[in-house]
Design a protein around this ligand. Sequence first.
Ligand SMILES: Cc1cc2nc3c(=O)[nH]c(=O)nc-3n(C[C@H](O)[C@H](O)[C@H](O)COP(=O)(O)OP(=O)(O)OC[C@H]3O[C@@H](n4cnc5c(N)ncnc54)[C@H](O)[C@@H]3O)c2cc1C
Length: 408
Amino acid sequence: MPLPSRVDVAVVGAGITGLSAALGLARRGARVAVLETYAAGWGASSRNGGMVLTGLKLDAATLLGRYGRELARELFRASVESVDLVEELVRAEGIDCDFRRCGHLALASKPGHYAGFERGAELLAREFSHGTRLVPRAALRDEIGSGLYHGGMLDEASGGINPARYVAGLARAAQVAGATLHGNARVQRLERLGARWRLPTTRGVVEAGEVLVATSGYTGPATPALRRRLLPVGSYIITTESLPAALARELSPTGRMMYDSRHFLHYFRLTPDRRLLIGGRARFVPENARTVRASAAVLQQGMLAIYPQLRDARVEYAWGGTLDFAFDTMPHAGSIDGCHYALGYAGHGVALATYLGMKMGAAIGTGEFGANPFTRLPFRGAPFGLHIGKDWVLPLVAAWYKLLDWVD
Ligand SMILES: Cc1cc2nc3c(=O)[nH]c(=O)nc-3n(C[C@H](O)[C@H](O)[C@H](O)COP(=O)(O)OP(=O)(O)OC[C@H]3O[C@@H](n4cnc5c(N)ncnc54)[C@H](O)[C@@H]3O)c2cc1C
């Protein structure tokens, strides 16, 4: 597509956030151009584990302690609504992406973590009216063919999806609604032009009335104010060959999305074609050919610790991607100096990027940003000026989380 010279809204980044926003805006009649360095879905949105999760990275007690009951309830409710929104979009747009409400199972890596699940389940029910089910160690075999864990907490409201098909479906839906998508168009900077914006890209210049930045873990020098507020973290995945049906059933009799309770966590699931997919922060730093190879070996060891019965299973695929953490581990949306943004999903972006993309798209149309609870969170930069421009920050953060796993 040739670049348009003028649009109502320019969206920077064609992942779940940018495409959901573009879809909503285009449906309401706005002229929208999505500008993307590579191709639609190139970033984390097509490479993730496909877990469509309720909740946020922070647990119920931390949300309540930090934000108070009213805002914490709104934030948690938004996370539950975000799963409904994905389901609704998939249905309404006819996206063929294996969405299934299979539920998720959090697994206690240490006995004390299961006690934490008991307290968490009680808080979720009492404060957020959200039902979960505790699975004590003795009953865990009904859920997972592994003896490694000390119990689990099951949330039936979560789902699973094929993320690459989902983001491709969002791209199609946004185009059908009238948005235009422009690959190979890296935005170099954002310039103010009176009340409007001027965006020089590697393919030419676009002028826009409003700008939404949706670049998550790939946020770069074009938006320094956002870059300073985010930590990009590498996450890696391997998948086995397609497994015999009986073995797949033994590994995961109920087909849940699963993750353990450590800071350096493993997340894993079966794919519809019966591969075991397992991911984790094996290397922490953003992906490249070397870190993908090194992470694949670490992840395979992790997989065998959970499932020794996979010792003869071939690992057929390995890949990595970058996700983003804000320094308070919360998603953020709003505006800085008139430029809108939605990012910081901390590994919960499949559902929440859909939600915040849609919400920001609607707010740009109406000017009503306050209804979205994430716009009310303070969005601070890194403490002591630490940020991704400094090479030593990520190893330091990784060491900190390893220490937490050891003491916690
Ligand atoms: C390996 C891995 C596993 C994950 N697993 C899960 C999971 O199971 N469940 C879950 O909920 N979340 C998961 N996540 C997180 C989730 O994938 C992300 O939070 C979500 O996809 C973010 O979507 P996004 O659209 O905001 O960003 P992205 O999909 O990363 O898209 C950002 C886009 O912006 C583009 N861009 C950057 N700068 C510019 C510029 N200057 N000009 C133009 N374009 C630009 C990039 O090229 C990129 O395509 C995982 C992430 C990874 C990496």
